[in-house]
Design a protein around this ligand. Structure first.
Ligand SMILES: [Fe+2]
Length: 175
């Protein structure tokens, strides 16, 4: 059992389906879910640090299991405003994928499992997908002054979608 590294934390972000609904492919499924509920897709816990290049932001994300239509829950994803700023992502619990892509359309997917490590190089945006029926917990570390560009993702989305290939089992494919 790993220790609960969310504590102590100072900053907590909660993303609900309504916050990222436009990013899911199946908008009919989005509306059907939102008519009944607005589920939390993920939570991020971070220690507050000065936002300068001498500090590191260390965040723990809990990405809950679930799907919208046949598409697995994912984090919003972002690029860094600083094109020279990389990020380190380490799985802690559960099973997922880290998707990374650059602004020219080059993309990769990497399995994220406990204590596996994914490196998102400078210039690459990153998104994480939960492809299991359990919470996916991961740690992310980057410089505190990178700045977050969510606008590009909200406008263009990611190049890859991760969808279930079976109605009941958590098999997936990347399309
Ligand atoms: Fe990042």
């Amino acid at each position: 059992m790993i220790p609960d590294i969310r504590k102590p934390y100072g900053d907590k972000i909660i993303r609900k389906l309504s916050d990222i609904k436009s990013l899911f492919a199946d908008q009919k499924a989005v509306e059907e879910i939102l008519a009944k509920d607005d589920p939390v897709i993920y939570e991020v816990y971070a220690l507050p640090v000065p936002s300068d290049g001498d500090n590191l932001v260390i965040g723990t994300t809990i990405l809950f299991p679930g799907r919208v239509g046949n598409e697995f829950y994912f984090t919003k994803g972002h690029f860094h405003n600083d094109p020279d700023a990389a990020e380190s992502i380490m799985g802690l619990e559960g099973k997922g994928l880290a998707l990374i892509q650059d602004r020219n359309g080059k993309f990769e997917s990497h399995e994220l499992t406990p204590f596996s490590h994914v490196y998102s190089p400078p210039g690459f945006g990153h998104r994480v997908v939960n492809v299991s029926d359990e919470n996916l917990v991961f740690l992310s570390i980057c410089r505190a002054d990178v700045g977050h560009d969510y606008e590009t993702i909200m406008a263009d989305n990611f190049a890859m979608k991760v969808v279930a290939t079976d109605k009941n089992l958590y098999n997936y494919e990347i399309i």
